[in-house]
Design a protein around this ligand. Structure first.
Ligand code: THU
Length: 130
């Protein structure tokens, strides 16, 4: 799918974000190597620490459907500059390799980066620890 269409899709799904506490709505769209699309939004909870980011929802939806090879992830929020994903999401992304990540905002600003650029020297249990 074209990047501009993925961004539009992320903006649209962002409206489903459940963010009554922070009021900060985030939308994510994940495109797999096989061409499938998984969306995610942030989902907050009265017990704040249980809230989940949009990026992780999209990734977990894909993995739960048997998809672990990702082409690109698009993230959008209503930020002045492009949205910057949290550290926990960066670590979760890094579990699935170095795919493209498109950071954007609802005003149309965008920046193309990738997982390794977002989280250099990520912890990787699969690398021999000795
Ligand atoms: N949030 C995301 O969903 N993704 C990000 O990249 C940044 C933060 C959510 C978590 C919480 O619901 C709200 O935004 C404010 O932190």
């Amino acid at each position: 799918m074209k990047v501009s269409n993925l961004i539009e899709k992320a903006k649209k799904v962002r409206e489903n974000a459940y963010a009554p506490y922070s009021k900060f709505k985030v939308g994510a769209v994940l495109e797999t190597e096989s061409g499938k699309i998984y969306t995610g939004v942030n989902i907050e909870n009265s017990s704040f620490g249980l809230s989940m980011c949009a990026e992780r929802i999209a990734i977990f939806k894909a993995v739960s459907e048997g998809e672990t090879k990702f082409k690109r992830l698009v993230i959008v929020a209503d930020t002045r500059d492009v949205v910057s994903p949290c550290g926990a999401c960066r670590q979760v992304m890094s579990e699935f390799g170095n795919f493209e990540v498109i950071l954007s905002n609802v005003k149309g600003k965008m920046e193309v980066t990738n997982v390794e650029e977002l989280l250099p020297k990520a912890f990787d249990f699969r690398k021999d620890p000795t």
